[in-house]
Design a protein around this ligand. Structure first.
Ligand SMILES: [Zn+2]
Length: 120
């Protein structure tokens, strides 16, 4: 089975925009580092808010941080795959340099290693 790179590229671009939307819903771009995302820090303080609200705020921040971390990992994977397409290096295992199985790429266009090296 031959891989249709342009079709996979489209899939990756679609996923990237969905991920971007998700990232924006739980966080923001780190003002100090535009390549980094962060959850919006808790804004409620004990001085002006109910302690329960403050605790909720902190809990939400911690949840968002965890969600954000997962999204960010995926976002970087997808972006890296798109960069490889641009460079013409797409579909090669990063460990052994062999072609990644096409069914694997179809299931996950951002895959960066072959089946043998999934659990490296
Ligand atoms: Zn490999």
């Amino acid at each position: 089975m031959t891989i249709n790179t342009s079709q996979l590229k489209q899939k990756l671009e679609e996923e990237l925009s969905v991920l971007e939307k998700d990232l924006k819903s739980v966080g923001r771009i780190n003002p100090a580092n535009p390549k980094d995302w962060e959850a919006v820090p808790p804004t409620k303080t004990l001085d002006e808010s109910d302690p329960v609200d403050v605790a909720d705020d902190i809990e939400e921040y911690e949840e968002n941080t965890a969600v954000l971390k997962q999204l960010e990992i995926r976002y970087n994977e997808v972006q890296r795959a798109l960069e490889k397409i641009k460079k013409g290096a797409y579909g090669k295992c990063e460990v052994c340099d062999k072609e990644i199985e096409s069914e694997r790429l179809l299931a996950n266009p951002a895959a960066s290693v072959c089946k043998t090296h999934i659990n490296r």
